[in-house]
Design a protein around this ligand. Structure first.
Ligand SMILES: [Cu+2]
Length: 106
């Protein structure tokens, strides 16, 4: 029991010392889908899209602001950091049927 309490104390101290370490989240692209198609991240986190297709290229397209990655060929990836809260729906330039959602929370 004493060990358990010491352990909990340790975790509490760590979370106080590092309140919001930014994280990287990976969204893979395969079979013409973003996977996971919906993710929740925190302000300051980065999302990296990784093209896992065998031969199809994709992009990551945002309408506000108007921003599109370069065309990602199989094995390539592209990252974007999110600095303000909100829900962002994005797509793929060449394949309008593809879409994904990022919920950025404080
Ligand atoms: Cu695509």
């Amino acid at each position: 029991m004493r060990n358990l309490l010491a352990c909990l104390g340790c975790i509490t101290m760590l979370s106080v010392a590092f309140p919001s370490a930014a994280e990287e989240h990976v969204v893979s692209i395969s079979a013409y889908r973003f996977e996971p198609s919906k993710i929740r991240i925190r302000v300051g986190d980065t999302v990296r899209w990784l093209n896992m297709e065998k031969r199809t290229s994709h992009s990551v397209l945002f309408s506000t602001p108007d921003l599109e990655s370069e065309r990602l060929f199989p094995g390539e990836s592209w990252s974007r950091r999110f600095d303000s809260p909100g829900t962002i729906v994005y797509g793929c330039g060449p394949h309008p049927e593809m879409s994904g959602t990022i919920e950025v929370t404080e």
